[in-house]
Design a protein around this ligand. Structure first.
Ligand code: 3PG
Length: 181
């Protein structure tokens, strides 16, 4: 079963990796999506995977095949994209790695389904109608579960988690909370 809480982690300095991962772990979180928004992402994934083998460490903001290969080489156990990349989908399918592409329209969801993908990121969730938007989009696709991300926070987290169309929720706020404890 996948983790229900997925912290979106942005590591600006490789030396911060352990501190962030420890904070998440101490806050009861067993998973991290380390994003390719910073140049040390692959290095951070490799370091976190080595130091925290009990945690589920994936890669986020993966927008092409090259980044996907780097992430997998570093030890990422799942891949997340803000949108849908067929190149990334093909690599993940071949290696049996879960891939969660961002989809916010029926056409995008149909494309994902044609690639065999049924757990999809819903991003930016707050801009695309929040829980109401997610439910409306889910109605014609009973086989799909979503990972709302973008604008998820402590105030709306429980509402999202209570929805049976929600597989997990993602957000940077998990990291902020853990570091501020
Ligand atoms: C992501 O890539 O998933 C988002 O940037 C996270 O959005 P948030 O900062 O609103 O949680």
């Amino acid at each position: 079963m996948m983790d229900k809480l997925i912290p979106v982690v942005v590591i600006k300095d490789i030396n911060e990796t352990e501190k962030i991962m420890n904070a998440l772990k101490n806050n009861g979180i067993n998973c991290a999506e380390i994003t390719f928004r910073t140049s040390c992402a692959a290095e951070a994934i490799a370091l976190a995977s080595k130091k925290f083998p009990e945690m589920n460490i994936g890669a986020g903001t993966v927008i092409n095949g090259e980044q996907c290969l780097k992430a997998l080489e570093a030890g990422a156990t799942f891949i997340v994209s803000p949108g849908l990349s067929e190149e990334v989908a093909a690599i993940c399918a071949q290696r049996n790695i879960p891939y969660y592409p961002g989809c916010v329209t029926p056409t995008e969801i149909m494309k994902a389904l044609s690639l065999g993908l049924t757990t999809l990121k819903f991003f930016p969730a707050n801009i695309y109608g929040g829980l109401k938007g997610l439910k409306a989009l889910a109605a014609p696709f009973p086989q799909v579960k979503f990972i709302p991300t973008g604008g998820v926070n402590r105030d709306n987290l429980d509402e999202f988690l209570a929805c049976d169309k929600v597989a997990a929720v993602g957000g940077t706020f998990f990291v902020e909370e853990a570091l501020n404890k």
